[in-house]
Design a protein around this ligand. Structure first.
Ligand code: NAP
Length: 552
């Protein structure tokens, strides 16, 4: 039997490309895609703009950054040995442990030698006749590839608001999404945290002990609930190992990609007393269970949602001693789930510390930055460090910055000027041999779970095509239209994530289109099964003029 390496070498030498598969991005998706492509016998390389492995988990090394999915449901499941040998320390691991894990995976599966770091793509252009891509890097070097797989992630382009005088500030300023690799010293510093969503609320309690003062600039309050993290005990570690197959079965079929039990009951099936007891149980449950195991009609029944929100509001009032501050921390303009809920540890409690102040930007908006601080409508506050926790250009941001050009020189940004159109959130017509697993229209719950589904599928498509001597793969117009219509129809009905990054409304000028997979994982599974059953007719497969080797 031919080894994958030998097969790859032979295949590459018969072609005019440098590699069969070029992956962009060394995050969770890209690492797995590189591994799958290599295992399938393709020659493959990976480009990463950062200096190390991790993608989102490399750049988001701000204080307090951690999973809010259970660690063992976020990690890879493709190798039982890997699962058994890596013991996560906490149910919700912090960024340093996550980065260590991803480095371990890369070395464990000998992937590092196929990776190139500090390699930022500045353009990617298809040659229509051959279907190959020429990828140019910032340093001017070029790589030609048969298949280009952009595993560039949904949260990889930080959004920095265009505040007047931003560059005038003379202190330190960092965005959570591009945090420096050298530690930032908060000791004795007057810190501003701008943004109070998932990232900002993790930063505040983490730097509390060190900072001299923290001023939290809040535009919109969020429905934050406790993460309820804990160390994983030795008994739990043993149980996790014993349950590996069962856990895989649950995670590989679960709607949300979490291992949380689904609640079939509607809120008003229960009595008021039962509901309060249930909400208490939810409040004390880990992470996303408050969404995935809550009442089945939480997102569909306004009265049910309002009652859960009232419960959280009371909890906030019970924690925050100053009633005026508590009131400002309670959302009054959206329901639970309309924005992606953040999970916290000690966030509300931090406001009981006299060195923490809350500035409500709805009452006193930011006017400008000065050399020494932030000026709002009620005056200037002096700061040594500003933490911008102001979010990301979600879903399309990274793809839009790669200079991607498809057939007829069409730029991807032009093609998607009104928002993305995709098939399965992984390919778009006019851009043959380009795939973007984990891209716009893909997200459906716990990221690594649907991302791996997509990576597995992309790899299967590449194998299917090349085994039959095809080397150009392009989704049909009909398949793309059907998936995009499904997303849009679902978007018209859902209340989940209808404010903020998931519809692009956090970025000035971005088209307002739903960027998640509204059919969820079940729809992804259904369509993938249909593609396979119908002999991959969702794609137009063709042969270029260049010789294509049959797979070994
Ligand atoms: P985000 O959810 O987009 O929140 C951005 C925050 O910045 C919001 O509070 C927003 O206020 C504020 N903001 C934006 N522009 C502003 C301006 N010009 N002036 C003042 N405030 C402004 O970003 P994020 O917190 O970084 O979270 C992004 C995503 O990353 C999350 O949804 C999640 O998927 C992921 N994440 C995950 C974890 C985890 O635990 N695993 C942790 C962090 C992040 P408005 O709401 O008023 O726009």
């Amino acid at each position: 039997m031919t080894s994958p390496e030998a097969a790859s070498d032979r295949r590459s030498s018969q072609r005019t490309t440098d590699v069969d598969v070029l992956v962009v991005g060394a995050g969770i998706t890209g690492i797995y895609q590189l591994h799958r492509a290599r295992k399938a016998g393709f020659s493959a390389q990976l480009l990463e703009a950062g200096a190390g492995v991790g993608g989102t988990w490399f750049w988001n090394r701000y204080p307090g950054a951690r999973f809010d999915s259970e660690s063992y449901t976020y990690g890879y499941l493709f190798s039982k040995e890997l699962f058994e040998e890596w013991e996560w320390q906490e149910h919700f691991a912090g960024q340093p442990e996550i980065e260590r894990y991803l480095n371990h995976v890369v070395d464990r599966f000998d992937l590092r030698r196929h990776m190139r770091f500090g390699a930022r793509v500045s353009s990617a252009v298809v040659d229509e006749a051959s279907g190959t891509w020429t990828v140019t890097l910032d340093d001017g070097s070029e790589i030609r590839t048969r298949f280009l797989i952009a595993a560039t992630g949904v949260l990889s382009v930080p959004y920095q608001p265009d505040v007047p005088g931003r560059d005038d500030f003379r202190g330190e300023a960092h965005h959570t999404g591009s945090w420096p690799s050298t530690p930032v010293d908060f000791t004795g510093k007057r810190v501003a945290v701008v943004g109070t969503s998932s990232s900002g609320v993790q930063v505040v309690p983490t730097i509390l002990d060190d900072a001299a003062s923290i001023t939290v600039y809040q535009r919109t309050a969020n429905w934050c609930t406790p993460l309820n993290n804990a160390p994983i005990t030795a008994e739990e570690q043993a149980q996790l190992r014993a349950d590996f197959e069962h856990l895989c079965e649950i995670l590989n079929t679960s709607i949300s990609g979490f291992a949380h039990p689904v609640n079939e009951r509607a809120a008003f099936d229960d009595s008021p007393t039962e509901r309060q007891a249930f909400y208490e149980k939810m409040w004390n449950s880990p992470g996303f269970m408050k969404l995935t195991s809550n009442y089945a009609d939480l997102l569909f029944n306004e009265a049910a949602n309002a009652e859960w929100c009232a419960f959280i509001a009371e909890k906030i009032r019970g924690i925050v001693r100053d009633p005026a501050t508590a009131d400002r921390l309670i959302p009054n303009d959206h329901r639970f789930g309309q924005k992606r809920p953040p999970f916290v540890r000690g966030y509300f409690e931090a406001f009981n510390d006299p060195k923490v102040a809350l500035v409500d930007l709805r009452e006193t908006p930011i006017v400008q930055l000065t050399e020494t601080g932030i000026e709002t409508a009620d005056g200037v506050r002096e700061h040594d460090i500003i933490v911008w926790a102001t979010g990301f250009d979600f879903g399309t941001g990274a793809l839009a910055r790669m200079g991607i050009r498809g057939r007829n020189g069409l730029e991807l940004t032009e093609h998607w000027a009104d928002g993305p159109t995709t098939f399965l959130g992984l390919q778009t017509r006019g851009f043959p041999n380009l795939f973007f697993p984990g891209g716009p229209h893909a997200a459906a719950g716990n990221n690594p779970r649907y991302n791996s589904d997509q990576v597995d599928f992309v790899t299967d498509v590449l194998v299917h095509a090349t085994e039959r001597g095809y080397d150009i793969i392009e989704v049909t117009a009909e398949s793309e239209e059907r998936w995009t219509r499904m997303v849009d129809r679902g978007a018209a009905k859902t209340t989940f994530g209808t404010i903020g990054q998931y519809v692009g409304s956090n970025i000035p000028g971005k088209p307002k289109r739903y960027l998640l997979n509204t059919g969820g994982r079940p729809k992804l599974f259904e369509v993938i099964a249909d593609v396979v059953a119908t002999d991959y007719q969702a794609f137009e497969l063709s042969r270029s003029s260049a010789p294509a080797a049959a797979r070994a």
